[in-house]
Design a protein around this ligand. Structure first.
Ligand SMILES: NC(=O)C1=CN([C@@H]2O[C@H](COP(=O)(O)OP(=O)(O)OC[C@H]3O[C@@H](n4cnc5c(N)ncnc54)[C@H](O)[C@@H]3O)[C@@H](O)[C@H]2O)[C@H](O)CC1
Ligand code: K
Length: 491
């Protein structure tokens, strides 16, 4: 799992690593440039056009100079555009400048005519994590011009202008791809920056994760290779009971589809037995749509404790009897999952939050979270609120969106990397509720259930989008859930 550390710690990390390995900072810059080069060759194998590298005065600019050398040596046509005289640039920038082959054309931004065409590439190496104020003057002018040119655009480490841990003030370079070193910089995960970052790629520059862990501030980035360790292993002698008995509450009149999706998703995630508690009049619908599901009667509701997990909220409506809801929360002492109207009802009467069993998983989207925790001025503040909320109420808070975050009662935050924009479709959240409840019912600790639920849900969305793109609907995501276990090699 990658640790996400703040920009001002990156310098400390580099210094400590260089010292421990007895290497030079220049060598680390070379690693970064090589990592870029390898990625670039893989992504854009048959490039036509020229490569324009815009290099600022710091080490981000230094990366750009080293990249210029590697690309030129591999036969590409490269122009390096600088902003400051060499003497005013960082020592590693200067050292790389000395090593530039003569075939790299070097010119000042003041002399550059910005004649860049569609097939050309612009590499943005103006500022990295060392940016300490909004860009202005020649930098702003160049960024504005580049933002109006149509060509391939790649930011190195972070789009220039965006601070590594804060919301952008002013303007920044708009990239099609951002190749970030070692771990995604925190601000790359903010929705406010989506139009600047383009697709985000993380490349290793040789600093082991365990080393970075020393600088960790409780933020982690979840990738495909991290997921199997959060899974439980089942064996040939496992029986239906081991896969859990769960009960889902929701599906008011006209919204029974939410329960169809949640219950189907739970079954596809591996639940042994799924009961649903829905409006009387809607029973026939669910039993026709999902014959594997059982409808709960008064008996089951009485024996709530015999269920391994509960999922509350999809399509429940806000007319639910609050006394009934509170009695569920009070009578059930194990972690459960709350979504949609289950959350809206808590937002209406926040005093009932105290009845939510500790360790439960709450899965609001941004609007539902706002109802629960109040307005936030930006995503950074929203994530802070999510962290405090999880701590204060002793729950796992899954804040849904791109890079869904999971905040823990201990104050950690995990950011998910799977999924895509096509999952923003009706019922997608109901699917996630079913999946997390299913994992919880299979005996996963709540954090593991949340992590596996969120990652597999996103991966299923990616698989569904391969053939359907914006035509993906929630049922397609469910159909792809079993394939995610195959894809990640989970038994
Ligand atoms: N471990 C790694 O991830 C490595 C990353 N590398 C790269 O180095 C940069 C960070 O380099 P640094 O020199 O600290 O910062 P910058 O290049 O971003 O530039 C700082 C430079 O610019 C001045 N400055 C800051 N803001 C402004 C502004 N708005 N206008 C004008 N000037 C500004 C500041 O005073 C400094 O002089 C990282 O992102 C990676 O790309 C290394 O290559 C190796 C390891
Ligand atoms: K940059």
């Amino acid at each position: 799992m990658l640790s996400i550390i703040s920009g001002d710690k990156v310098k400390l990390l580099d210094a400590a690593f260089i010292k421990a390995r007895q290497m030079r900072s220049l060598d680390l810059m070379e690693n970064a440039a090589k990592a870029f080069f390898v990625w670039f060759e893989r992504m854009f194998s048959a490039i036509q056009g020229e490569i324009f590298i815009f290099s600022g005065p710091g080490n981000n600019g230094g990366d750009g100079v080293a990249i210029a050398r590697l690309l030129a040596e591999s036969g590409k046509s490269v122009k390096l555009i600088f902003f400051q005289d060499k003497e005013q640039c960082s020592p590693d920038y200067q050292a790389n400048f000395e090593r530039l082959p003569s075939k790299v054309k070097v010119l000042s931004v003041l002399d550059f005519d910005f004649q860049i065409t569609e097939n050309d590439f612009v590499l943005d190496c103006i500022f990295g994590v060392g940016i300490n104020r909004p860009i202005e003057g020649v930098y702003l002018e160049a960024v504005n011009k580049l933002n109006h040119i149509s060509c391939h655009k790649i930011s190195v480490d972070i789009p220039s202008g965006i601070p590594s841990d804060n919301i952008l003030q002013g303007e920044a370079f708009k990239a099609e791809h951002t190749l970030t070193f070692q771990f995604p910089k925190f601000s790359l995960l903010f929705p406010e920056h989506a139009e600047y970052t383009g697709r985000i790629h993380v490349v290793d520059i040789g600093i082991p994760d365990e080393f970075i862990l020393n600088f960790n501030e409780g933020k982690f980035f979840l990738r495909r290779e991290d997921i199997s360790r959060f899974h439980k292993k089942f064996h040939a002698f496992s029986h239906k009971g081991d896969f859990g008995r769960i009960m889902l509450f929701g599906g008011s009149v006209g919204k029974v589809g939410a329960m169809v999706l949640s219950s189907k998703a739970a079954l596809r995630t591996g639940s042994g037995l799924v009961h649903v508690q829905i409006a009387e009049s809607e029973r026939a619908i669910i039993q026709t749509a999902v014959p594997e599901v059982m409808v709960a009667g008064a008996q089951e509701i009485k024996k709530l404790k015999s269920f391994d997990a509960l999922g509350i909220g999809p399509g429940w409506g806000t007319e639910v009897d609050l006394a009934f809801y509170c009695s569920l929360l009070k009578r059930y002492h194990k972690p459960l999952v709350i979504d949609a109207d289950g959350l809206n009802l808590l937002a209406k009467k926040p005093e009932n939050l105290k009845y939510v069993p500790k360790g439960s998983v709450l899965t609001p989207h941004l609007k539902e979270f706002q109802r629960l925790a109040g307005e936030a001025k930006d995503h950074k503040e929203r994530l802070e609120k999510a962290r405090s909320f999880a701590r204060e109420h002793g729950v796992y808070l899954v804040l849904k969106g791109a890079f869904t975050s999971i905040s823990t009662p201990q104050g950690e935050q995990f950011f998910n990397s799977s999924g895509n924009q096509y999952m923003a479709t009706a019922g997608s959240g109901d699917v996630l509720t079913g999946m997390i409840t299913s994992f919880l019912g299979q005996g996963y600790p709540p954090l593991n259930a949340a992590i596996c639920g969120v990652f597999h849900h996103g991966l299923a969305g990616e698989m569904a989008a391969l053939k359907k793109r914006r035509g993906v609907i929630a049922s397609d995501i469910i159909e792809c859930v079993p394939g995610t276990f195959v894809e990640l090699n989970i038994e």
